[in-house]
Design a protein. Structure first.
Length: 310
């Protein structure tokens, strides 16, 4: 992020893979006026990359080896269902630090947050961002922690991809999910992927000139295999046995592009129609950063899912 740019709220940097290709490191995608078809993401969606400095009081840190790199898990011990909070692209586990103690106090449940590879206290993995690697890290961590069932996945933004693959591969572990303005398979049509790649090209090229920052590294890693990865993701099905509560922000990640915002909403509606145990709700007045804009709303939906599955 340029030193001459005005500072942005830290909580505005939560990014999906979509937003990582449209906006990153506080730089709003600047599509040329001649390219009016390219999507524009909300200028409020991002800020600098996470430092991973802080965690909610009361949580215990466990560094778990996963295929040769260490992943940081933060556990607030409780009983009953296990709530796993997974943040969006560019965010580490500290994104949830204000929500963790509240969820623990209200539900008595164990609450787990973790840092995906390269974020927070977790070690980086070289090469393109690999959702299956992220799923493997989560599964390894939960197994090491003795969590084999009753998991409520709360997944914001890019973490929706991790939740989808994890739940598909481990339906016996996941008992429910709250998907918070999350990346969902129906959104990633060939046409939409092409629009996102075209719109993000200037930012990706700029990031490659300074690949040392966490935000730029993640953007480059996500862009490397974005088309192939998301063509595959478009075909992934969520298991019908696992209920999902889908929260969509009112503004979406594409507040500046009505067409793409509508596609985002339509994808969420399409996902919900695929099974009777899915619900769709809108977080009115919220940007893509729903957990920060409407924390009470998100907490309420999580607690309802915990109650229904507990």
């Amino acid at each position: 992020m340029s030193r001459t740019r005005p500072p942005r709220r830290r909580t505005r940097r939560a990014l999906s893979a979509v937003a990582l290709l449209a906006v990153t490191a506080g730089i709003v995608t600047a599509c040329g006026e001649e390219d009016s078809a390219a999507p524009k993401a909300s200028p409020k969606a991002v800020a600098p990359a996470s430092s991973g400095a802080g965690q909610a009081d009361g949580s215990k840190l466990r560094m778990i080896d996963s295929g040769g790199h260490r992943v940081a898990f933060h556990i607030t011990a409780g009983h009953g269902p296990v709530i796993v909070l997974d943040s969006g692209g560019g965010e580490d586990s500290s994104y949830w630090k204000e929500m963790v103690p509240r969820l623990h106090a209200d539900t008595g449940a164990t609450v787990i947050t973790y840092d995906r590879a390269g974020l927070g206290r977790s070690e980086a993995v070289p090469g393109p961002w690999d959702v299956e690697g992220a799923v493997g890290d989560l599964k390894t961590g939960l197994t090491e922690l003795g969590v084999t069932k009753g998991v409520i996945l709360v997944s914001h933004s890019q973490a929706g991809e991790v939740a989808t693959y994890f739940t598909k591969e481990n339906p016996e572990v996941a008992s429910g999910s709250v998907l918070v303005d999350a990346n969902l398979p129906p959104f990633f049509t060939d046409e939409e992927i092409a629009r996102l790649v075209a719109a993000s090209r200037p930012e990706v090229d700029a990031a490659k000139k300074d690949p040392t920052t966490p935000a730029n590294r993640q953007l480059i890693a996500t862009a490397e295999n974005f088309t192939t990865a998301h063509q595959a993701y478009n075909k992934v099905s969520w298991p019908e046995s696992v209920p999902a509560d889908v929260i969509v922000s009112e503004k979406t990640p594409f507040d500046g592009s009505p067409e793409d915002a509508q596609r985002w909403r339509a994808a969420a509606a399409s996902f919900v129609r695929q099974a009777p145990n899915r619900t769709l709700v809108t977080a009115t007045g919220s940007s893509h950063d729903v957990p920060k804009d409407r924390p009470d709303f998100v907490v309420e939906r999580i607690e309802q899912m915990v109650s229904a599955q507990g």
